[in-house]
Design a protein around this ligand. Structure first.
Ligand SMILES: C[S@@+](CC[C@H](N)C(=O)[O-])C[C@H]1O[C@@H](n2cnc3c(N)ncnc32)[C@H](O)[C@@H]1O
Ligand code: SF4
Length: 432
C-alpha cells in the first residue's frame, strides 16, 4: 500500500475578529498580533511589554493599557514579581469600561489561582514535568475548526530534538506525547522516537494517521507505548464538521489506520474524538467503528474547546459538559469492558507542559488568547522551566498517563483517572 501524500494546509487564522482598522504601529495592534506564530516569542513579548509600560506611564488611567500589560507580563516567562504586578494592574482595571469584560474576569481568576499556588508552593522535588506534550512538527494536513494547537513558526532539527529528549529524561519526565501538526510528516521523527525510547521515556504518537503504512507501523510498534488516532464522525460530512482537510475521504483513511494497527498486532491505540454539536448523535456509530478494531484500547472524548474560536463557531459547535458526560456515561454502559474517558474543557487550564516545534515551552488556559510562554527547551535548564509559577503542578500530577503502559488483557481497565478528565464513564467506577 503506498503512502498517501497529504496536502499541507496553510495555518488557519489565529483568531477571526482581528481589528484590521488598527495602524501597524499602534500598540493595541501589536498586542492583538502577539500570538501569530512569528510573534509568539519571548523577544516579541519583551519588546511589547516595554512599549506598553511606556504608553501606560504616559496615560496611567488607561484601563485597556493596564489590562494589556498585565496579560503580556503573565504570558512572557512570568516569575513571582511579574504575577504580582499583573495582579495589581488587573485590580485597577474597571471591568465595565472594557470591551470584553469576561476576558478580564477570567484572567483575574487565573492570576488568583497562580498566586494561591505561590503562597503554598510545591517543593522543588515535586516540580517534575512527568508528562510532556511536544508539538514536534509545525506542519499539518488539516485545519480543524477551533484547533487549539499553538503552532510555532520555527522547527528544530534532529540534533536539537535529541538534546530536548535528553533533558527531559534527565529531569524525570516519564511520558512523552509527540504530536503536531502531524509528527509523521517530519522525517526525523523515527529517530527521535527511537532516541526517546532508548532514553527510557514512554512515547505516545498523536498523529492524523494519514501516512501510516505497514512499513512505518513495523518501524514504530517496537518503540511506541501508544498511538492516538482521531475519528470525529462516522461519515465524511460529520467528520468534516470539525476535522477539515481537502480530502473528503478521511473516514476511510482513519479506518485504514486502525486496520494497519490491527494487522501489526499493535493493541495500544487510543482513539480521540472531539465531541461537538454535529457529532453528538453520531457517537454510537463512531463507537461501533472503533470497537470493531482489536487495536483500540482506549477512547477519549474531548469536549470541543472553543478557546480560539469566534462566537459564531462556538454557537455552532460547542456542547455543554453535561451533555458530553451523559453521552460518555451511556456509551460506558453500552461498552462496559472498554476504557472510555472524557476530557472536559474546564479542567485543562495550565496543566500542559507543551513544547512547540521551535523548542519553546508554553502552557494554555481556556480564555481568549490565554497562551503562556514558560521558557525554551534549548535555552533554559529544566529546573528553571519547572520553577514557572504559571504551571499548575498538582493538577499536572493528577492527570491520566499520556501513554498506555502495556497492552492489557481484554477487560483490564488499567489506567487511573486524571484531573483533566471528567469522572469515569463506566458505571462500575461510579459506585461508592
Ligand atoms: C492538537 S491535536 C495534535 C495531534 C494531531 N494533529 C491530531 O489532530 O490528532 C491533539 C488532539 O486535540 C484535539 N483537538 C484539537 N482541537 C481541539 C478543540 N478545539 N477542542 C477539543 N479537542 C481538540 C485533536 O482532535 C486531537 O485529538
Ligand atoms: S487538530 Fe490536529 S490535525 Fe487538526 S488542525 Fe489541529 S493539529 Fe492539525
Amino acid at each position: 500500500m503506498s503512502p498517501h501524500t497529504p496536502e499541507i494546509l496553510p495555518p488557519h487564522p489565529l483568531r477571526p475578529d482581528y481589528d484590521r482598522s488598527l495602524g501597524a504601529d499602534d500598540v493595541h495592534a501589536l498586542f492583538q498580533r502577539r500570538l501569530e506564530p512569528a510573534n509568539y516569542t519571548t523577544r516579541y513579548f519583551t519588546a511589547l511589554a516595554a512599549r506598553l509600560d511606556k504608553e501606560l506611564s504616559r496615560a496611567p488611567d488607561d484601563d485597556q493599557l493596564a489590562y494589556e500589560l498585565a496579560f503580556v507580563l503573565l504570558q512572557n516567562r512570568a516569575d513571582a514579581d511579574a504575577v504580582h504586578r499583573a495582579r495589581d494592574l488587573l485590580d485597577r482595571v474597571r471591568t465595565e469600561a472594557m470591551a470584553r469584560p469576561g476576558d478580564v474576569a477570567h484572567l483575574r481568576g487565573l492570576v488568583a489561582s497562580i498566586i494561591s499556588r505561590l503562597d503554598a508552593p510545591v517543593a522543588a522535588q515535586h516540580r517534575i514535568a512527568r508528562r510532556v506534550n511536544w508539538s514536534i512538527n509545525n506542519r499539518c494536513p488539516m485545519a480543524c475548526r477551533g484547533c487549539y494547537n499553538p503552532f510555532a513558526e520555527d522547527q528544530i532539527g534532529l540534533t536539537e530534538a535529541r538534546v530536548v529528549v535528553d533533558k527531559l529524561a534527565a529531569h524525570g519526565t516519564s511520558d512523552l506525547v509527540l504530536s503536531g501538526g502531524d509528527p509523521l510528516l517530519w522525517p526525523p521523527i523515527f529517530d527521535v522516537i527511537d532516541h526517546a525510547h532508548q532514553a527510557g521515556l514512554k512515547v505516545a504518537l498523536d498523529t492524523t494517521g494519514y501516512t501510516l503504512t505497514p512499513e512505518t507501523m513495523a518501524r514504530l510498534s517496537g518503540s511506541l507505548a501508544s498511538i492516538r488516532l482521531p475519528l470525529d464522525g462516522s461519515t465524511p460530512d460529520i467528520q468534516h464538521a470539525f476535522r477539515r482537510s481537502r480530502d473528503r475521504d478521511l473516514v476511510t483513511r482513519f479506518r485504514r489506520s486502525l486496520q494497519l494497527c490491527d494487522d501489526a498486532g499493535f493493541n495500544a491505540v487510543r482513539v480521540h474524538t472531539v465531541v461537538s454539536r454535529p457529532n453528538l448523535t453520531d457517537l454510537d456509530a463512531i463507537a461501533e467503528t472503533i470497537f470493531s478494531h482489536a487495536c483500540v484500547r482506549q477512547w477519549l472524548l474531548f469536549q470541543w474547546w472553543g478557546r480560539r474560536a469566534s462566537k459564531r463557531l462556538t454557537d455552532e459547535l460547542a456542547v455543554p459538559l453535561a451533555e458530553v458526560t451523559a453521552a460518555a456515561r451511556r456509551l460506558g454502559e453500552r461498552y462496559p469492558d472498554k476504557e472510555i474517558y472524557c476530557a472536559s474543557t474546564d479542567k485543562r487550564e495550565l496543566v500542559n507542559f507543551f513544547i512547540q516545534s521551535s523548542g519553546q515551552v508554553v502552557t494554555l488556559a481556556s480564555g481568549y488568547m490565554e497562551e503562556f510562554i514558560v521558557g525554551h527547551m534549548l535555552h533554559d535548564d529544566m529546573d528553571t522551566l519547572a520553577a514557572s509559577p504559571v504551571l499548575d503542578f498538582p493538577a499536572i500530577h493528577s492527570g491520566l498517563p499520556v501513554t498506555i503502559d502495556k497492552p492489557a488483557a481484554q477487560g483490564d481497565t488499567g489506567v487511573t483517572h486524571e484531573r483533566t478528565m471528567s469522572p469515569p464513564a463506566r458505571p462500575s467506577e461510579e459506585r461508592p
